[in-house]
Design a protein around this ligand. Structure first.
Ligand SMILES: C[C@@]1(CC(=O)O)c2cc3[nH]c(cc4nc(cc5[nH]c(cc(n2)[C@H]1CCC(=O)O)[C@@](C)(CC(=O)O)[C@@H]5CCC(=O)O)C(CC(=O)O)=C4CCC(=O)O)c(CCC(=O)O)c3CC(=O)O
Ligand SMILES: NC(=O)C1=CN([C@@H]2O[C@H](COP(=O)(O)OP(=O)(O)OC[C@H]3O[C@@H](n4cnc5c(N)ncnc54)[C@H](O)[C@@H]3O)[C@@H](O)[C@H]2O)C=CC1
Length: 214
């Protein structure tokens, strides 16, 4: 299977998770991070799901699955421990709905990668279903390299890029500055807790590039 990776915007989109066990809880946690509008359908729930419900972070329907539960869903995860119920969920959907069935990768039109989040930086790792544990191991290895300073680094790059787009019209000079932003000096300043130095250094470089005659 060859997959096409995308970054979905699920904010306020109706997402239904069928099943309320361990695997459902993990899939829900990532849907919550994406600010989806989540409904969980299951006769039983883990204590995390019940707590999230109490905190109004999702809604629950305490009952076995039936076809109507997924009628208006943009995205559906079938995560019960019954293969037969998971297949019933699949049968209830139309081909334009996004579906992940946790025990039938071949029927899914999307699978879930493991992810690293560092503020605006997202890294998704998939083995196309061959070894979810290898995906998890690679994630743990990469997390060591991509320390927490990347969150601030990405915020700086985001602002810096906007500033350059505003100040520099010439497309070649812009490109030159975008490339300059990858100079490791910025990450070093951030790691040293000196974000102010990043800003002054960038301003100096922008001034030089702006003032240059060509
Ligand atoms: C195809 C896919 C569909 C999907 O679920 O989207 C799928 C399918 C299956 N997983 C199974 C088992 C396990 N899955 C995990 C863990 C994760 N599984 C995840 C994703 C995916 N799993 C998709 C492909 C991912 C890829 O492309 O690599 C992660 C990355 C993301 C997430 O779940 O949020 C998350 C790691 C998150 C993290 O912690 O970083 C563990 C380990 C653990 O639980 O710690 C085990 C036990 C060890 C083992 O079996 O290998 C089984 C057999 C079930 C059985 O035996 O009955 C199937 C079904 C099958 O293979 O047929
Ligand atoms: N894709 C993945 O990442 C993984 C998938 N799996 C698969 O996921 C399945 C579920 O695993 P767990 O969450 O550990 O099981 P679990 O036993 O913790 O949870 C099962 C849940 O399904 C609910 N359920 C049962 N019948 C239902 C119905 N008719 N309607 C709605 N909900 C119903 C139960 O109330 C329970 O909340 C396993 O059978 C396994 O094949 C397991 C590990 C990882």
């Amino acid at each position: 299977m060859v997959y096409y990776p995308v970054m979905l915007n699920l904010e306020n989109k109706n997402c239904v998770v069928v099943g309320g066990g361990k695997v459902a809880t993990r899939k829900i946690a990532s849907l919550m991070q994406a600010k989806a509008n989540i409904t969980v359908v299951s006769p039983e729930f883990t204590k995390e799901i019940l707590q999230w419900n109490e905190a109004n972070l999702l809604s629950i329907k305490k009952k076995p699955f039936d076809t109507d539960d997924v009628k208006d869903a943009f995205l559906v995860v079938a995560a019960t421990n019954s293969s037969q119920i998971n297949l019933q969920v699949f049968d209830a959907l139309n081909p334009n709905q996004l579906i992940n069935i946790v025990d039938h990768p071949e029927l899914c039109n999307f699978i879930v990668p493991t992810t690293i989040h560092r503020g605006k930086l997202t890294i998704a790792i998939s083995t196309s279903g061959s070894s979810p544990l290898l995906a998890k191991k690679i994630k743990l290895d990469l997390e060591e390299i991509l320390d927490d300073s990347y969150e601030q680094y990405l915020n700086f790059l985001d602002e810096a890029r906007k500033e350059i787009k505003m100040k520099i019209i010439d497309i070649r000079r812009r490109r030159e500055l975008f490339e300059h932003l990858l100079d490791p000096i910025y990450l070093e300043y951030i790691r040293a807790g000196n974000i102010a130095k990043c800003k002054t250094h960038l301003r100096e470089v922008i001034r030089k590039v702006e003032g240059r005659l060509e």
